[in-house]
Ligand binder design. Structure first.
Ligand code: NAD
Length: 361
């Protein structure tokens, strides 16, 4: 198969973890005889330095012609007080919008060897395996009118939570499709006891569920979901929710797995006729300026994002499973970075990347 992949390392540890993700991708391509056509582009702080803008046109062009994009992270402390248009993070919103990736998938898995790193008790965490599907391009983060007006005690701020039926349907359809090969359970999360927006959400998801009679659907209010994620995380298979609820719940889900450096994510858009999805793959973490350039960042979130890319954008299930199994083997071997608190000397970012390749074989 021909794999046209764009790498956007970005800033800080994004560069280091993307290097290892690419190493693993190259290893997989060589082992399974795929032709990997890899290009590299600028995004974030480095793009501002080199071109004056966080999301250069050349990067948009490269992303449009690639089958899938792997991204590191963006953000440099020197831009912390810059105007919004000149901030590295603007590049993130730019590429997500350009690719039209409307669903953010965050797998949350408890690895047996990492259970001690979770703040929850072992018996609650063991066996957790869910995917949080967050709508990514609608809702209150994008709705208008928005803004702050007026003065003094009458100063007023407005945000608007808005969804159309079609926006809800497309992300819900993805959630039902993802549940098929898994435990066949979708939990749709909303606040329908208070918000009309959530009432439309619930009605639309319920209607769509008739197309998927083998998938069990239940609905949960977001406040209860926040509690159940801690009380009984094993009950969840696919969690489907809107943008802001998903933003909050997915960070709650993140701590279940231990370190933030472990967590992959996939942002998915249109489905091609082959069934493969347009996708943007990135670890959940940021550019971590505190440890950047020290070869000690955990690359497993970025490498897990490669597994997601192989599965969703190339439909290469065997290769994706091999990467996931290798991650598990490396975790069990104890050759891990400092954030996972190894008993011996911590491994470097590069050593972990090479260990994953060795475990793939
Ligand atoms: P961060 O995720 O970069 O770091 C938070 C903490 O986790 C730090 O102590 C860091 O050392 C640690 N950490 C993060 N990733 C790690 C890894 N792979 N291995 C080991 N330790 C890891 O979040 P932050 O400090 O809030 O943000 C730093 C910069 O990153 C900011 O400019 C922010 O805007 C940006 N950011 C970007 C993204 C993205 O590109 N998707 C996401 C979040 C934050």
């Amino acid at each position: 198969m021909i794999l046209n992949v764009l790498a956007l390392p970005g800033d800080g540890i994004g560069v280091e973890v993307t290097r290892e993700a690419v190493r693993v991708l190259q290893h997989v391509a060589a082992k399974w005889n795929h032709q990997l056509n890899l290009s590299e582009g600028l995004l974030g702080g480095i793009a501002i330095h080199k071109t004056g803008t966080p999301f250069p046109e050349e990067t948009a062009r490269l992303a449009a012609s690639a089958d899938a994009t792997i991204m590191g992270a963006v953000g440099l402390p020197e831009f912390d007080n810059a105007p919004p248009e000149k901030r590295p993070e603007k590049g993130l919103l730019g590429i997500r919008a350009a690719l039209g990736v409307y669903a953010n998938l965050r797998p949350v898995r408890a690895y047996a060897s990492q259970i001690e790193s979770s703040p929850l008790k072992n018996h609650l965490v063991e066996g957790v395996d869910m995917i949080i599907v967050r709508e990514l391009t609608g809702g209150i983060y994008y709705g208008t009118p928005r803004g702050i007006s007026g003065e003094g005690a009458e100063t007023r701020a407005v945000n608007t939570m808005t969804y159309t039926r079609s926006e809800i349907e497309r992300v819900a359809r993805m959630a039902f499709q993802l549940a098929g090969p898994r435990r066949k359970k979708v939990t749709s999360v909303d606040k329908s006891n208070v918000l009309e927006n959530s009432q439309l959400w619930r009605r639309t998801v319920t209607e769509l569920s008739r197309e998927f009679p083998d998938i069990e659907l239940d609905h949960m209010l977001v406040d209860n979901c926040a509690m159940q994620l801690v009380l009984n995380p094993k009950r969840f298979d696919i969690v489907l929710t809107e943008n802001m609820f998903g933003d909050i719940l997915s960070d709650e889900g993140a701590v279940i797995a231990g370190s933030i450096g472990m967590l992959p994510s996939a942002s998915i858009g249109a489905q091609r006729p082959s069934g493969a999805w347009v996708g943007l793959y990135e670890p959940v973490h940021g550019s971590a300026p505190d440890i950047a350039g020290q070869n000690k960042a955990n690359p497993l979130g970025a490498i897990g994002s490669v597994a997601a890319m192989l599965a969703y954008s190339f439909r290469l299930k065997e290769e994706a499973a091999a990467v996931e199994t290798a991650i598990e083997a490396v975790l069990e071997s104890g050759q891990v970075t400092a954030d996972l608190r190894p008993t011996g000397a911590p491994a470097t970012t590069e050593q972990v990347g090479r260990a994953v390749c060795a475990a793939i074989g």
